[in-house]
Design a protein around this ligand. Structure first.
Ligand SMILES: Cc1cc2nc3c(=O)[nH]c(=O)nc-3n(C[C@H](O)[C@H](O)[C@H](O)COP(=O)(O)OP(=O)(O)OC[C@H]3O[C@@H](n4cnc5c(N)ncnc54)[C@H](O)[C@@H]3O)c2cc1C
Length: 291
């Protein structure tokens, strides 16, 4: 079997890429995204290209995170190799057959990759992680020495921490989200309060980010973050397809909505029909009593 290279980043998602990578061959090699600091996607792509060539890899896989997809897109551009993003399954062969998410997961596509090496990212939360041999860390020293100055033109210069919270939306076990029904930026105080009591992350719909009530980093959906918490509490959110694309990985959905006919009610495990401005503080009050 031919070797496989997997790009490892700081998230849990690369474990899914490792699991899928094991079906492509062995030995499995890993390149660490944080080997190059600060994050410089072209430089990592250059290192990946060199390592995959030298190892004769049949495939290069990465997590379908923002950074994983960015690095792999740059790798595809510089090598001309076929790249499939957001895969949920893949079968090695010639051609390689992949099943992948399109349009935020509302369409599942089967595609064939023809070429000497398949480049694949794995849609987060879609592959069940299984145990297997650990990958061999690629020694990057000789490759790093061959990075061109142009590979370092794009790099992260600064980090600005998101305000408040501290619980990552993508990894949170519980997410409390607000939509247009919350009514205003200030209206999110009751959403934040409930999230605080539950140790949850705060999320929102795109209407909310477009209105400037919350930062884009809080947006759940096709063009926001894809989440898979144990519990998703959606307050004043109608449940548009593009929103559901981001939260359909949730194990349970509790919808609080004034409209019993809102689309989200069809997808909810628990539904409360009523005014969220009364219901959300009432839930918080009950939790306080228990605490
Ligand atoms: C290309 C594209 C990408 C998109 N990507 C995303 C995305 O990533 N994420 C996303 O969320 N959207 C996305 N959208 C937008 C999406 O189509 C919807 O417009 C959006 O999700 C609606 O947000 P909402 O549910 O907050 O608002 P609305 O659809 O207006 O729903 C508001 C809900 O609040 C309820 N409500 C009102 N007042 C109260 C109250 N007092 N108490 C309880 N309930 C109340 C109403 O009954 C209603 O169901 C995208 C759209 C496009 C075209």
């Amino acid at each position: 079997m031919a070797p496989v290279v997997v790009l490892i980043d700081e998230s849990k998602a690369p474990m899914e890429a490792l699991t899928l990578g094991r079906t492509f061959g062995s030995p499995l090699h890993s390149v660490r995204m944080d080997a190059i600091q600060p994050f410089a996607p072209d430089a990592i792509a250059a290192v990946l290209a060199l390592a995959a060539d030298e190892l004769g890899a049949s495939a290069v896989l990465a997590a379908g995170t923002d950074r994983g997809n960015e690095v792999m897109a740059r790798l595809a551009a510089r090598t001309g190799l076929p790249f499939a993003a957001n895969c949920i399954a893949a079968e090695p062969g010639d051609p390689v057959r992949v099943v992948r998410q399109r349009w935020g997961g509302s369409l599942i596509e089967t595609a064939l990759l023809r070429g000497p090496r398949a480049l694949i990212t794995v849609a987060p939360h879609t592959v069940r992680v299984t145990d297997g041999p650990s990958p061999i860390d690629v020694d990057l020293k000789s490759y790093m020495a061959r990075i061109e100055p142009t590979d370092l033109v794009v790099q992260v210069k600064d980090h600005i921490d998101a305000a408040g919270g501290g619980v990552s939306l993508a990894e949170a076990k519980v997410v409390v989200s607000g939509g247009r029904g919350v009514g205003s930026k200030e209206g999110f105080a009751i959403i934040e309060e409930l999230a605080g009591l539950l140790g949850a992350a705060v999320g929102c719909s795109r209407v909310v980010t477009s209105a400037g009530w919350r930062p884009h980093s809080d947006q759940v959906g096709q063009t926001g973050t894809k989440i898979s918490p144990d519990l998703y509490i959606a307050c004043g959110i109608s449940g548009a397809t593009q929103h559901m694309a981001g939260c359909k990985g949730a194990k349970r959905i509790l919808a609080i909505n004034a409209d019993a006919e809102a689309p989200i009610m069809q997808n909810a495990d628990y539904a409360v029909v009523g005014d969220l401005k009364e219901i959300v503080p009432a839930i918080s009050a009950e939790i306080r009593k228990i605490k």
